[in-house]
Ligand binder design. Structure first.
Ligand SMILES: [Zn+2]
Ligand SMILES: [Zn+2]
Ligand SMILES: [Zn+2]
Length: 123
């Protein structure tokens, strides 16, 4: 049994010291589909109904979706619906193309192509 547990931990990445659990932004922690695409009772596709997601720390609020995890009714492609994006260990600067907004200048629903919606680039 012990070996099985180790495998489970490795697959989910929770043994990484920097991984932390945050409230799922997409469903606001309810664990159900916020937009009721299939059904209002269907399970949130981001957290799988847990209401929380794991993310690597340090992290920041995702500028593209403003931390909501969704752009309009679509899952935010930048953070994958978590509402936060992990920060790299390397130095970063605000993205010069979108000025940190994470949005494409001509189509705000799309992520900035320079920073992929994160609002920052490596310095
Ligand atoms: Zn969720
Ligand atoms: Zn986002
Ligand atoms: Zn950008």
């Amino acid at each position: 049994m012990k070996r099985q547990n180790e495998k489970l931990i490795a697959e989910h990445g929770v043994d990484q010291p920097n991984m932390t659990e945050i409230t799922c932004a997409f469903c606001g922690g309810s664990g159900t589909d916020p937009f009721g695409v299939m059904s209002w009772l269907s399970t949130c596709c981001i957290c799988g109904g847990r209401g929380v997601v794991n993310i690597e720390a340090p992290y920041k609020v995702c500028p593209h979706c403003n931390g909501t995890g969704a752009v309009k009714t679509l899952t935010c492609t930048t953070c994958g619906g978590k509402g936060h994006v992990p920060l790299p260990s390397a130095p970063i600067v605000s993205c010069p193309v979108c000025a940190g907004s994470g949005d494409d200048g001509s189509a705000p629903a799309l992520a900035c192509i320079r920073c992929h919606g994160k609002g920052f680039i490596l310095a």
